[in-house]
Write a protein that binds this ligand. Structure first.
Ligand SMILES: [Zn+2]
Length: 383
């Protein structure tokens, strides 16, 4: 199976070892899962199922960012403990994704449970000269020591700075060596949770988001991750930062053999985002449709392309699912369509191509083929 690798812009064969390590950036649990989340995790669910169908073992890790600015702010608003809020939101998220029919990852590391290892990693980066501590307890990665920074996104310096500022970076914070240097560790404000940091005597602090993912991925999957995934919006700076941190920690490159990014979902012509409020919540869709219908709808889009939510297309997907079920009672086989289905998935997880082969088998009354192929993607049809 080949996948398009964001870093090299080439289709790369998924590594040949017996186990494929897959790391997908997970949620910050402070709000409901929307269709953008559902799409990303459905794409990686399909990848896992297809690789396993091919006889590969997959070790799938998806982290939880259970301490960060958003979750602390929301917990304060609700007058709730942030860990309690996180547990509640993770349970809700799991329920939504279970409803969609996604399999759970093999490991779900929590940032808060990884802090000692993160502190060690930050200390190592300081010792090696890739990071520096400021007197107020902030620690930054020095991007001037890492020429690879920017190689994933291929953005110009100007675009990097714009996106950095837009996505919560601090280009103009005092004391930094370069404006693109990103936080590895920050002092905890009064009342915030804090841990002893990488530099003695600088008070309690908490990790930056990027280093959390590097450390969790390395711990769960080793120094070279087979496939690292997430939504397109994580390419810069999050994944760019993960690469330079990880490669300087391990001395090995590339950190990820394949970077796989899913396109973003829009509503009303604009990317769904919490700040704009143009969200479609998964739980609302699951009240109107069964999970398999929503999943079929999500898989009708190629993972690399952004797309616009369309209620009528979702209704069509539910009808299409009924057609599969209607056809599944018959016995016919269509080897040509089975081949087309597998060729589509093996070539960069072309799920629309795979679903087209399934639809054609259903239209032709080839029930045996419909059952076999639907099963690969985790749609259980009555035989
Ligand atoms: Zn991440």
């Amino acid at each position: 199976m080949r996948l398009f690798d964001t870093r090299t812009r080439e289709r790369v064969e998924v590594g040949a070892g017996p186990t494929v390590g897959l790391y997908v950036c997970g949620i910050t649990p402070y709000d409901s899962a929307h269709l953008g989340h559902a799409f990303v995790y459905t794409v990686f669910d399909a990848l896992v199922r297809y690789l396993e169908h091919q006889g590969r073992r997959v070790r799938y890790a998806r982290n939880v960012t259970d301490v960060d600015d958003d979750i602390l702010r929301k917990a304060a608003e609700l007058d709730t403990d942030y860990l309690e809020l996180g547990r509640r939101e993770v349970a809700r998220f799991d329920r939504d994704l279970d409803g969609l029919g996604l399999r759970r990852p093999d490991v779900v590391p929590l940032a808060t449970e990884t802090v000692p290892a993160i502190v060690d990693a930050v200390r190592t980066l300081i010792e090696r000269g890739n990071a520096y501590a400021l007197p107020d307890g902030r620690v930054y990665f020095d991007v001037a020591t890492a020429p690879a920074f920017g190689a994933l996104s291929r953005l110009t310096q100007e675009r990097m700075l714009a996106q950095f500022a837009e996505k919560g970076g601090d280009p103009d914070a005092p004391g930094k060596r370069q404006r693109l240097d990103f936080l590895l560790w920050q002092p905890s404000a009064g009342g915030e949770p804090g841990w002893p940091g990488p530099v003695d005597g600088l008070g309690l602090g908490r990790p930056g988001w990027h280093i959390e993912c590097s450390v969790m991925a390395l711990r769960e999957l080793g120094p070279v991750v087979g496939v690292h995934g997430g939504g397109d919006d994580l390419i810069f700076p999050h994944h760019e930062a993960e690469i330079v941190q990880s490669e300087h920690l391990t001395g090995r490159a590339p950190f990820a053999r394949i970077w796989m990014h899913a396109g973003l979902v829009s509503l009303g012509g604009t990317k769904m985002s919490k700040s704009l409020g143009n969200l479609v919540f998964l739980s609302d869709l699951l009240e109107r449709y069964e999970g398999a219908a929503v999943r079929r709808y999500l898989l009708s889009h190629h993972y690399r392309e952004g797309w616009e939510f369309d209620d009528a297309a979702l209704a069509d997907a539910a009808v299409g699912l009924k057609r599969w079920r209607g056809a599944a009672g018959a016995e016919g086989q269509r080897p040509d369509l089975e081949l087309a289905f597998h060729q589509a998935l093996a070539d960069d997880l072309d799920t629309p191509g795979a679903l087209a082969a399934l639809d054609e088998a259903a239209a032709a009354g080839a029930g045996g083929t419909v059952r076999t192929l639907a099963d690969v993607l985790g749609f259980a049809l009555p035989g």
